[in-house]
Design a protein around this ligand. Structure first.
Ligand SMILES: [Zn+2]
Length: 430
């Protein structure tokens, strides 16, 4: 069916996409399933936004109303400050002067639309996601353009920080879970909810549409530079964006059109919560076990909250450990103070504000230079995963995201079901 099939790197099974994000033979413990596209050459189409990479997205059609895209340009400001001669910025966010048009100011806007498009082509009528912020905003953005109900599970303490430059559409249902829950709790809860209520989990890191959507950051870079970068910098929470960047690089190299090496991944987290950095720098292929209360305390001290996933796909086949190995990559831990000053340096030298996670990535670039992991003439791509929030609010009004249901994570699933039915009835009357 369609322009691609899925395959499993472990048992080598190839299968059609029925919106199943796991290998039918290897099951939940199997590696990340990957996409094998019929079109092997990299040939962007004349379509708006990231849809120009449609031959390498897991859908057949595209949605004309969504025009989000990454802007890749050669740095003039930050590069001078750091003494780099070939620094390229992949800017994801709102910066109309540069044609950057992501109204949620985050590169998650690249993963949500292909997820909806893929789901709608497979006659899926609902999706469940868990998020502490960016993913929720990006999925609510995409939901506006599809006839699919979206259930968003958000920790209660993050929901009130969420604002959008548009109204939450009628097909979106927001479930806020109790006060002390974090992103990881929301993930657990959404899994239980999908299971009990027979809803469709979007798949997280296992969702090929998310990964191939975020992989367009690398495609946009190569479209612009006509080569692969030698180094790729990104801050990571789950690491899905970095996995996507590596998979896209491998696809580009398999096309036979480029003679470059695979880019080295330079991934960063925000101290004191750095599970991926700690595991990698300890040479461990498993995350290091740390008591939950210690993890929660560390998370509460982190500047870039979106980077605090307690269950990142590290040891799964094709996950963060594997991509670091494959790309001879590095992991960095950046303090809040260093992230803040790196963010300020970016803003003053490039002329746009960036989100805390992107500031962490800039901090890691500075660290890599100091430790001579990159040199002045190297071709470097830094993924500014979000930016332009201050710029956005100059042009748009803020709409708060209000929960439709506020509940404790121990709620009986039958009660939740009834509460959701009541929400549906109310919307139908409207
Ligand atoms: Zn398999």
């Amino acid at each position: 069916m369609g322009n691609y099939r899925l395959y499993c790197s472990e048992c080598k099974a190839a299968f059609d996409d029925v919106f199943l994000n796991i290998c039918p033979s290897c099951g939940n413990a199997g590696p990340l399933v990957r996409t094998d596209y019929q079109v092997s050459k990299f040939k962007p189409l004349n379509l708006p936004g990231f849809w120009k990479f449609l031959p390498w997205l897991p859908c057949i059609e595209w949605n004309d109303k969504i025009r989000s895209q990454t802007i890749v340009y050669k740095s003039n400001g930050l590069s001078k400050e750091l003494g780099l001669n070939n620094l390229y910025i992949a800017f994801n966010g709102y910066w109309p002067e540069k044609d950057a048009n992501m109204v949620t100011c985050t590169f998650k806007e690249l993963e949500a639309p292909p997820t909806f498009q893929r789901a709608s082509e497979r006659c899926i009528d609902n999706l469940v996601i868990a998020s502490a912020g960016n993913t929720a905003r990006a999925f609510i953005f995409a939901a506006q353009y599809f006839d699919i109900d979206l259930y968003v599970v958000v920790p209660k303490n993050s929901i009130y920080k969420l604002v959008l430059p548009f109204q939450v559409p009628d097909n979106v249902f927001i479930i806020a879970v109790n006060q002390d829950s974090d992103y990881s709790d929301a993930i657990t809860f959404s899994g239980r909810m999908a299971n009990a209520l027979n809803l469709v989990p979007e798949g997280g890191a296992r969702n090929i549409a998310r990964r191939d959507g975020m992989g367009t950051v690398m495609l946009e870079c190569v479209h612009e530079l006509k080569r692969l970068p030698e180094h790729y910098f990104q801050a990571v929470g789950s690491g899905t964006g970095a996995i996507a960047a590596l998979e896209a690089s491998q696809r580009l190299l398999s096309s036979g059109q480029y003679l470059d090496a695979l880019p080295r991944l330079h991934l960063s987290q925000n101290q004191p919560f750095t599970p991926l950095t700690d595991a990698w720098n300890n040479g461990s292929s498993e995350l290091i076990k740390i008591p939950e209360d210690k993890q929660r305390k560390a998370i509460s001290e982190v500047f870039a909250q979106v980077l605090t996933n307690r269950y990142p796909p590290y040891s799964v086949g094709g996950g963060v450990y594997d991509i670091l190995n494959t790309s001879e990559g590095s992991m960095y831990g950046i303090t809040n103070a260093d992230a803040r000053s790196a963010g300020k340096l970016f803003e003053s030298s490039e002329g746009i504000d960036i989100v805390p996670a992107a500031s962490v990535a800039v901090g890691s670039l500075i660290q890599a230079l100091e430790s001579e992991k990159v040199k002045a003439d190297d071709t470097i791509l830094i993924n500014i995963t979000g930016g332009g929030e201050n710029r956005l609010w100059e042009d748009h009004d803020k709409n708060k995201i209000e929960p439709d249901i506020l509940c404790d994570s121990t709620i009986e699933m039958d009660d939740l079901k009834h509460a959701l039915e009541a929400c549906h009835d109310q919307r139908n009357v409207r």
